[in-house]
Design a protein around this ligand. Sequence first.
Ligand code: ADP
Ligand code: MG
Length: 337
Amino acid sequence: DATIRQIAAGEVVERPASVVKELVENSLDADASRVSVAVENGGKDGIRVRDDGKGMTESNLERAVEKHTTSKIRDISDLDAGVGTLGFRGEALHTVGAVSRLTVRSKPRNGGAGGASGTAGAGAELTVEGGDSGELRPAGCPAGTTVEVDDLFFNTPARKKFLKTDPTEFDHVNTVVTQYALANPDVAISLEHNGREVFATEGNGDLPSAVLSVYGREVAEAMVHVDFEATGPGPVQSVSGVVSHPETTRAGREYLSTFVNDRYVTAATLREGVLDAYGGQLAPDRYPFAVLFVEVEPDAVDVNVHPRKMEVRFDDESSAKRAVTDAVEEALLDHGL
Ligand code: ADP
Ligand code: MG
């Protein structure tokens, strides 16, 4: 039933940034080496994610937007390793299609989409409007996939009313794409807003290069390397990445990015662990830049049950925090900071 479908979709697709997150994740899952994100007016009026990933055949394409009945979350194990995904495995495209005008255009890497339209060598395109799928059509396109989401929440006005201003919605989009760009320096990831490039990473596998592309030269030059193997007891095995000099800070904590087992997470424990390492060196209400990859034993970490959140909790919070502090302290000391 369409109404229930829309309500359910509204629960998981909160705002343009949630759509962007799912689409970028799909592109990375498809083994893309380039992912380009372009949004209009904070994403409210248009979202386009284009990749050069493995693409989809015509039948894949049709299946991709269908409802998958086996994907309801029942317990935490159903979340996959999915820290921070919608949590509904196989549901993202379907869910987005229920509350927008969705177009997916794709061509497999190895030749055309083939199949029903008899257009081997070309790609194919499928549009879904408010949950209604159109016909598969041939479409000229490069290998890979382009997903366009227009008029998000056009059929769910209550949800649409909750959206904030364009700049605020864009901030959320920017935060999401930034996290993926920092977590995947081997992929060239770019972001455009209203036709203007916001950033574009090289995709050369180098974290400092990704930091430079995303945050600019001043910040990149103020970064020091963290490379720490934990020896003590506790869930953390290693901490690596970069953190900024104590005087290179911002007012917002969104520049403090932490990844647990390569997933972006927010965790007060990790954030406080970083801040503790700076001791009294930070000005009040200022946060350093950090991009930290924390490896932990999978059993020692809990994902918040809400699929929209990216929060994690550790069995042993104080050990986790201490490991991060030790790692960052060591890095700062190494640089006489
Ligand atoms: P999930 O990612 O959990 O499988 P989605 O609804 O996000 O569910 O995507 C459904 C399916 O569509 C994916 O499993 C994949 O086969 C295909 N797909 C989606 N996006 C892409 C993409 N960018 N490139 C290739 N295949 C894709
Ligand atoms: Mg997905």
